[in-house]
Design a protein around this ligand. Structure first.
Ligand SMILES: [Zn+2]
Length: 415
């Protein structure tokens, strides 16, 4: 794991924006980090002299500095790829057609079970590096391509290992209820029973679960099954989240809100009463525009109504081999503007402040405040609009993780 940087560093000549500061940039700013945390921030002219003594100074050359981005919804630990499905979809096959022909999630379950730990880690590290190159310092990783107890445990352990060797913060989500595994075909209730009775307590006791997710959808788990699972998770003290209303509305987000879910993700078919419930519960709406784009969806999530109701909006990659094959959070932001109408002032919060809240991380991450973890992204931009503008161009100059610049940033600023 990246060691906590004990040196006191002063980052100067930068434009700070994000977190509690909102979307109003603070120009000619300075930020002081020590022991992996933010010690002071404000106008450089007000920097207390005592803080400057003995500190390493780094000029950021007028660049923008935001909280490190957080990708709060990924399935990036998987074996194989599903490029053939992309071609089938282009010829008109639906999600349901592909699943019925042996593709879909269960084909990735076969490939993931067959892959070695080393193969899974190698592929996942490439994805994590690509995310970090775009300013990401915290990532949620779901299990859900193992779908047996040992295979799910393996994925959750590998997620922990990725956090330890990348130095990035990893939130591991148990998504055993991703699909009914072949061993339980036609017996979804029995599968949920086993998840509740055996898998959840075992994996939770091993300290491998940070939250529990369920794919509540007509082609996956119904509301009654999802409720049983989320109640069991809550009883174990585990936060919950839900894949809801991507393809239809069977009451998923109202159920998630009733369970106090941290996030509800997708939400294309979410309706007015659902939005009220999400707002009351303080649940974050996680938008996944890459999946929407790849699936050639036409039903847009009700962003205006979510915004009006005060539901916090997050955006994530949904990195997965079927419906969001890639790891570009900047592409997700571009599509969130183009297809979902997110405003520029909403973009930054969607991948920092609100994304942190979706993972229960808001006390320490996704923020620029004294005491927050010193995780930053540094940008070669002139305005926040650029975060949702470029396609295939990456304006990120590098990241700072727990007070330490990554190699790219260190080179840029001669740290
Ligand atoms: Zn997903």
């Amino acid at each position: 794991m990246t060691a906590v940087d004990s040196a006191r560093r002063i980052w100067t000549d930068c434009i700070l924006v994000g977190g509690e500061q909102g979307s109003v940039p603070l120009r000619d700013a300075a930020i002081v980090t020590a022991e992996g945390r933010i010690q002071w921030l404000g106008p450089a002219a007000q920097l207390p002299t005592a803080l400057g003594q003995g500190a390493a100074r780094h000029s950021l050359g007028g660049r923008w500095l935001t909280p490190g981005f957080i990708d709060c919804h990924t399935h990036l630990l998987f074996g194989g790829q599903r490029a053939a499905e992309h071609a089938m979809r282009a010829r008109g096959a639906s999600y349901e057609d592909i699943a019925a022909r042996g593709g879909g999630i269960l084909s990735t379950v076969r490939a993931t079970r067959a892959a070695s730990d080393a193969q899974l880690l190698r592929a996942a590290r490439v994805r994590l590096r690509a995310l970090q190159a775009e300013g990401v310092t915290g990532v949620e990783i779901k299990s859900g391509y193992g779908l047996s107890l040992p295979a799910e445990e393996r994925l959750l352990r590998l997620a922990r290992q990725l956090g330890a060797d990348s130095g990035l913060d990893i939130h591991a989500t148990f998504l055993g209820a991703h699909a009914v595994p072949p061993e339980y075909a036609g017996r979804a209730d029995a599968y949920i029973d086993d998840l509740i009775r055996e898998w959840l307590p075992h994996l939770a006791a091993a300290g491998l679960i940070d939250s529990v997710d369920v794919y509540c959808e007509s082609l996956a788990f119904d509301v009654a099954q999802s409720l049983r699972l989320l109640r069991a998770a809550t009883a174990l003290g585990l936060p919950v989240r839900m894949h809801a209303e991507q393809r239809s509305n069977i009451g998923a987000s109202q159920l998630a809100a009733s369970c106090g879910a941290l996030s509800c993700d997708h939400l294309e078919y979410t309706q007015a009463a659902d939005i009220e419930a999400l707002a009351r519960a303080g649940t974050v709406a996680v938008l996944l525009p890459v999946a929407w784009h790849v699936l050639r969806d036409t039903q847009r999530p009700p962003v205006d109504a979510l915004r009006t109701a005060g539901v916090p909006l997050a955006v994530a990659t949904d990195c997965n081999p079927g419906t969001a094959p890639g790891e570009s959070l900047l592409l997700a932001l571009h599509l969130a503007v183009r297809d979902f109408g997110l405003r520029s002032d909403e973009l930054l919060a969607s991948v920092t402040w609100h994304a942190a809240r979706a993972l229960g991380w808001q006390a320490r991450r996704g923020n620029l405040a004294v005491g927050a973890q010193a995780d930053f992204a540094v940008w070669n931009i002139d305005s926040l609009d650029e975060l949702g503008y470029w396609v295939g161009h990456n304006p990120c100059a590098g990241t700072v993780v727990r007070g330490q610049p990554d190699a790219r940033l260190a080179q840029e600023i001669n740290a």
